[in-house]
Design a protein around this ligand. Sequence first.
Ligand SMILES: Cc1ncc(COP(=O)(O)O)c(C=O)c1O
Length: 374
Amino acid sequence: MPDRSWEVDLDHLESLIDDRTKAIVVNNPSNPCGSVYSKEHLEAILEVAERYMLPIISDEVYEYAVFPGHKFYPLAQLSENVPILTCGGISKRYLVPGWRLGWVLIYDKNQAFESEVKPGLIALSQQILGPNTLVQGALPAILANTPSSFFENTMQVIQKNAEICYEALLRIPELKPIMPCGAMYMMVGIDIPKLDGILDDLDFTEKLISEQSVFCLPGKISYANYLKINILYTPSGSISYHIKKHVNFKKRKKKLNLHNSSCICFTNICYNFLQKNAEICYEALLRIPELKPIMPCGAMYMMVGIDIPKLDGILDDLDFTEKLISEQSVFCLPGKCFQYPNFFRIVLTVPEAMTEMACKRINDFCKNHRKSDA
Ligand SMILES: Cc1ncc(COP(=O)(O)O)c(C=O)c1O
């Protein structure tokens, strides 16, 4: 509710719950509203969840991104009985979008997630995907060593930008900015009838970019007749600060240049590792009658042929990979992406134990879909 600091309309929330509802999603601090919920409001949401016996998925990726005078409460700290999955990550707090590192924390005093959700999360986190391993390695140092002044400076810049936007937009009679309390966005109401030749918020933002080259998102996605302004400003040097401090790329690069032999050694280790993984995959998949792996000679991928007619309920390679991820949590790209129908692609960069587990799951998948007459 915009006029109540974007609090959730609890009656509306309750009216949406039915027997198909699996969980309540809470995003605090919020994208796009910039709201930061009070302790009392979070407790009221928890009360609804408890009454309907629903778990909560709490997206707290903007944790601590709050302006002075407001306080962020991790939802799990307030929960007595409601099981909570808290999602966090480094992209917002450290101003590093694109570094792709996040986490899910499980709060589950009564073991409600034990039998299905926990194994599901483990399976999902073990898909054959390429995680950002460099940043994963740097994460303990990032969390432990970033001085609090970095966050204070960031929030000062964002708050200053919010105030500049708020004061300037308040003077425009057709707009109604809502001052955020945190995160890095501001929602602005538009009085459409007061504007000539503007149909709605989508039309407003389309014309705004074509006439003034200012890009904002229309509220249409969730709040009609609003526009979302991104008030983030990356303080100069913040990204290089992190690269220098935590990953130490520059030093590493120098070292590699100075010691050419260690560079060659590193490359050898990489290629030995990739070749070993390729051999593990090749041998394991060769034993599956419906698959025909092709041993690679380089790069970090393996293509695997699929004998589709031998599999029950599988239409083609796209269907194969879609069902493989939903049934076994193994993510591979279908050959279709590369104009190689009836193949799928495996990435060979994951640790040996995970490669073995993925092959075992691919085996289980083919076994489950094997035609009875095969
Ligand atoms: C509310 C919210 N949650 C999660 C994310 C995902 O963050 P990332 O994928 O950069 O870690 C975003 C990104 O915009 C977001 O706004």
